[in-house]
Each structure stands twice: as structure tokens, then as C-alpha cells.
Design a protein around this ligand. Sequence first.
Ligand SMILES: Nc1ncnc2c1ncn2[C@@H]1O[C@H](COP(=O)(O)OP(=O)(O)OP(=O)(O)O)[C@@H](O)[C@H]1O
Ligand SMILES: O=C(CO)[C@H](O)[C@H](O)COP(=O)(O)O
Length: 405
Amino acid sequence: MAVSTLYTTQALNSTCSISTPAKSHVGFHQKQLVFYRRTSKRVGGGGGVITCSAGDSQTVVIGLAADSGCGKSTFMRRLTSVFGGAAEPPKGGNPDSNTLISDMTTVICLDDYHSLDRTGRKEKGVTALDPRANDFDLMYEQVKALKSGVPVDKPIYNHVTGLLDPPELIKPPKILVIEGLHPMFDDRVRDLLDFSIYLDISNEVKFAWKIQRDMAERGHSLESIKASIEARKPDFDAYIDPQKQYADAVIEVLPTQLIPDDNEGKVLRVRLIMKEGVENFSPVYLFDEGSTISWIPCGRKLTCSYPGIKFHYGPDTYFGNEVSILEMDGQFDRLDELIYVESHLSNISTKFYGEVTQQMLKHADFPGSNNGTGLFQTIVGLKIRDLYEQLTSSKAAAPLEATKA
Ligand SMILES: Nc1ncnc2c1ncn2[C@@H]1O[C@H](COP(=O)(O)OP(=O)(O)OP(=O)(O)O)[C@@H](O)[C@H]1O
Ligand SMILES: O=C(CO)[C@H](O)[C@H](O)COP(=O)(O)O
């Protein structure tokens, strides 16, 4: 397969070499990329395998890992809101698409890289969490292509039918979020991530959330929910949970310590674990960077009903890495008073005073808006915006620096 052309596009600003495939059409099932011109028309009605060098319009890639039902969609809604504009499925496409597109962001769900459909998994006796049910080669090729400014034909896993549907065209966005079970599992995909997040929901809390959603909204029985959690657990422990060691930020959700022997799971203790030394990311801190601080903000400036609110902040280690941990146990009574807490946090990457509070008030109806899950998801969203701005401005400044030298 010889390289036939050297191709430079202005819009994508990437330099690409195209090699003509042996067959006239290259589809996702052949684990190769379908190439589109700037106008998004297929080259010569067929396709080609392409290699691109990164241009200045390179896509920033964020990975979000969590088990099913652990709040990924809610987090995504908070994140896209920080960048402005509504996130919607591709227009005129498959109504069961898992993709969400807004002005700045495209969120793709890694369930779309299931290589076995529901029947296939059943026949082979594997869960969707098992790497054997997922196509990591294709995931890597397509994330790499998007990061380099090249559109791809991404498969769709249809959660309604349990089948793999025909692919959808994904164009390179400014920010690509890959969310799902395995964004940090394959080291090639992991290396493409500019920032990674793991939502670590403890078993007790996961169970409470799943019951709430699957019983109330999906009509499942308590027994079937318990059975499904148990069936997934060995593969969750083997393939999903270990990814948290690679995450730049982990949001850990645990039962409260403010109520002795609490088993209701309504009040939560949430920890934001932030890796030190990550490029373009400086951890949030409370009062004084690097100190160890416990803070009860309840009193004249913050209304708290039982069991109150407790913050903790300090340096720590996590899987052998130096981290800073910010913790909030308890829940807010009045979201408008959150400004008091916000004003004591530093490095939160807001653009104006009170932006965290404004975001939280805007989405007061989202799950977790009265506790640390909503607060920390919002802050991580702002940190990602900051990281994106740093990455793009350093790229824009690079030619100038080069000229100076
Ligand atoms: N912060 C939170 N506080 C309380 N409940 C929550 C929170 N986040 C999520 N939930 C509960 O968990 C359910 C699943 O949330 P969400 O749809 O965001 O998760 P998901 O990881 O995208 O799920 P899936 O992958 O199965 O679609 C919600 O309907 C809600 O009941
Ligand atoms: O863990 C999951 C990620 O969302 C799903 O269970 C997996 O994608 C399989 O989906 P379905 O249960 O709809 O066949």
C-alpha cells in the first residue's frame, strides 16, 4: 500500500499522507479510517488510510472513566455547560446515537467500541466490561485521528436494541471527551489523553443510585439490580477500577462520616483527588496551599441543618503519586450561600467572582447539586476549560517564540 499523496488542509491545519487502500471502501469494521475532504465529502467515493501530523487546530482530548450509572452523563452536562451552548445528538442522525455535540465539545461514549453486541456477549459468556468485548485498536485509531484533526466513521452501539448500528460521522471538535468504561485501559489510548478523570463511586452509594434510577425510572426489581451489580463486580474490579491509578483527577464518593452508621446513602462524603505535577493543571486548595486544613463553614455565613458540613484539605499520596485532596462531607441547605465556600477556595480557574456558585445554581436540578459531587464536578469542568485555554494559547504562542529565538 503506497503513499499516494501528501495532503494539507487549511481548515484542519494538519499535514496528512494518504495511502490508497486495496479495497475501494474503508469502513470502521476494517479497523481503518475513512477520510473526508474539508467539505466532508469522501475522497473519490472511497477511502484511504491516512497519517497526519498535528496542526494548530489539534483537538484536546479528555477521558472520563466510570462504571455504568455512576454519574458520567450528569458530569458531561455540567462540563459542556461550562463551555456554553447545549449538547445535542448529531442532527439528522441515528436517534439512538450516544454522541453529544455542542459548539466546543463532542462527547463520544466508548460503549460504541463494543466489538460484541448483546447476543454476542451472551454467547461468549463475557460482560461489556471485559476487554474481549471491546475493540481497542479501533478506539485508538479513531481517537488518534480525531486528535490530529481527521474525521472518522465511528460505530454506534445501540443500547435500545443491543446491536451495533451503522457508523456515524464524527468531525474533530475543539474538545473531545471520551467517556465510558475504558478510556484509560489501553495504554495507547491513555497516552492520547490531555487530561483524565475517574468517578469512583463506592459500592454502597452505587447501589443506592442504581436502585433509585433502575427501580424508579426503568421498572427493574430490587433482586435484578442486586444480581446485575454482583455479576459485573469481578470484571469491574479487574478492568475498570484499576484505571483510577492513571487519572489526573478522581472524584471519590463515599457514605458520610457525619452520621454514625448511616445506611441511607443520602448524605455523601466526596473527595477530589488531584495529581500534582500535571501539565496545565494546578490543584485547587483551601486557605493555604500544601497545608492540612479542617474547616466547618456552618455558622453565620452558611446555613447548615443536621448533620452539617465539613471540609478537609491536604497533601497525600495516591497509588504512589503525590496528590492534593479536597474533601466535603455533608450537604448544602441553600445553594446561593455557596459563594461563601467558593470565596475560600483557590485555583478554581473561574473567570469571575462567583462563577462556581452561578454554575451550581444554573443546574440546581441536576443530581448532586447540593453536595460535593456537584461542586467538584463543576470545579473540574472549570479546570478543564483552563487546561484547554492554556494548551491552545501555548500552541498559538509557539511560532512567536520560535521567531524570537
Ligand atoms: N451526584 C449524584 N448524586 C445523586 N445521585 C446521582 C448523582 N449522579 C448520578 N446520580 C444517580 O445515578 C443515576 C445515573 O446517573 P448518570 O445517568 O449521570 O450516570 P451514567 O454513568 O451516565 O450512567 P449510564 O452509563 O448507565 O448511562 C442518575 O439517574 C441519578 O439517579
Ligand atoms: O456497562 C455498560 C456501559 O454503559 C453497559 O452495560 C454496556 O454498554 C452494555 O449495554 P447494554 O446493557 O445496553 O447491552
